[in-house]
Ligand binder design. Sequence first.
Ligand code: SAM
Length: 280
Amino acid sequence: MAAIDGLPPLREVIQTHDLVAKKSLGQNFLLDLNLTAKIARAAGDLRNCDVLEVGPGPGGLTRGLLAEGARRVLAVEKDARCLPALAEIAAHYPGRLEVINGDALEVDVSAHLTPPIRIAANLPYNVGTELLVRWLTPPEWPPFWQSLTLMFQKEVAQRITAKVGDNHYGRLAILVQWRCDARIVMYLPPEAFQPAPKVHSAVVHLTALPEPRFPADAKVLERVVAAGFNKRRKMLRASLKGVHPRIEALLEEAGIAPTERAERVSLEQFCTLARLVARG
Ligand code: SAM
């Protein structure tokens, strides 16, 4: 029986094209088109947007994005075995799906996309984290994208959205929340994937703010936060010793007790401290 978009069900697509999942490429496919449609809806209003999808695989999420009305989808897939399945989707949605066969960590997609741009992906977790950090640290802000809707291991999603005082609060929360609104929009059990991974997953949705929540130099903030959380159980006056020769005085000027630990310092306080450090 054809699926809701008139294309064959994903299980059939995988059989037809013999897409046996490869562990080396982190292939855990989503086969439920209701679920992929739900993830596509979580990406926001796609109708006037180009969507960059990384790692489309057999195309479950790709089909969701197109059915939800994305103006165009640019899909970057490393595994050439997936190309025939993706070509069938492209033929079903003429002029709306472009596929690049390549490594998303190497391909330059900028010439292929027209703003506004949203990004959506169900990626292997290591690639996803690396791309997330790249997308969050462009040479200039605002970035080329409006929003990111990404599948992560549940614990990484919790680190992205953690607030000060939470167990998962750290570098990633600060890097993300300094310039984005971030929330978990969905939790998925291992059985949602084929084959089932060992861990639970979650989809996070990030919206780029027009400018950072609090002023700070990106590099200085990153240096202060990295040093603070590198030794997260240590008091800041010790963990930040290498950051500035008068760090204790600067901490006090920022309203942070030098005996405090990084996990109890808010984003705003880190930004204040980064400004004082940058002042010299
Ligand atoms: N999006 C599909 C889905 O939801 O069913 C597939 C998800 S699977 C977790 C990850 C996909 O990313 C695979 O198709 C894999 O081949 C692809 N992939 C892995 N590393 C990649 C990379 N560096 N660049 C582009 N695609 C990659």
